[in-house]
Ligand binder design. Sequence first.
Ligand code: 13P
Ligand code: SF4
Length: 301
Amino acid sequence: MSIQTEIEQLKKEKNAVILAHYYVPGDVQDVADYVGDSFYLSKVATKLDCRSIIFAGVEFMGESAKILNPEKRVFMPDKTADCPMAHMIEVEDIEEVREKYPDVAVVCYINSTAETKTYSDVCVTSSNAVKIVKNLPNQNIFFIPDQHLGSFVAQQVPEKNVILHSGFCPRHHQITREQVLQAKAEHPKALFLAHPECPEEVLAEADYIGSTSGIIDYATESDEQEFIIGTVIGVFHELKLKNPDKKFYAVNSGQVCVNMEKVTLDKVKKVLEDESNEVFVSEEIRRKAMAPLERMLEMAK
Ligand code: 13P
Ligand code: SF4
């Protein structure tokens, strides 16, 4: 029996649903019930009729699914799969800004720990950050932890005072403008599609800026045939499935999320079998972290 068939059977047996982010390996995306960007997956997680969720992604994703679904069991195929950016902010950083700007709204990228969320007013993802910041009543915004998504939002919402933090995604941060120009010279017909976790000078060269789903949809709907992709190359799997005749190029060879790559098919099967790697969040943290997540789901409508 193939591992895919075994996983199918185990899913039924355990009444489990698999959610996968576009950055995990393609064969894991293929066995998932839902594949998407961070926002889509957090929305889907609130609407599932199942006993357990297998989250093929990194820690903050499994944690958010658990926070929103306390009655379900959530499992991670690899418990060490974590997003380094989520740990780049300290509670003291938030307290300092709150002291200086008592009316500030702390806007927390979903790529953050549950503890950070408890100190935040609203969560955002790359697909709704601009809309949510625009619609907040507050003039002062502390955007944490991603400096690049924060500066993209600041540009799109110039009427607000957006205070930036210093966090970043190591995979997007290492993409340079020079590399983009080089890739454009090599592929002169290609459009450049970038994720807002890229540095500002990289985004300045982009024909489209959006979340992983946004990039996939844009390339799929476009009449153009070639694209340079400024995000983690996990998205190539869905891009190629939807666009077998189009060509996709990375900007450099470092666009791999080593943490998402830890999520293998074998580990998905194992976690279904032995129900290990369960996600637990204390009730106090869960309740406090749920408020900014629910506000995001409401404000993004
Ligand atoms: P999105 O899928 O929401 O665009 O997020 C990208 C990301 O880096 C997730 O860690
Ligand atoms: Fe975190 Fe970057 Fe990996 Fe996304 S791609 S999970 S932001 S390290």
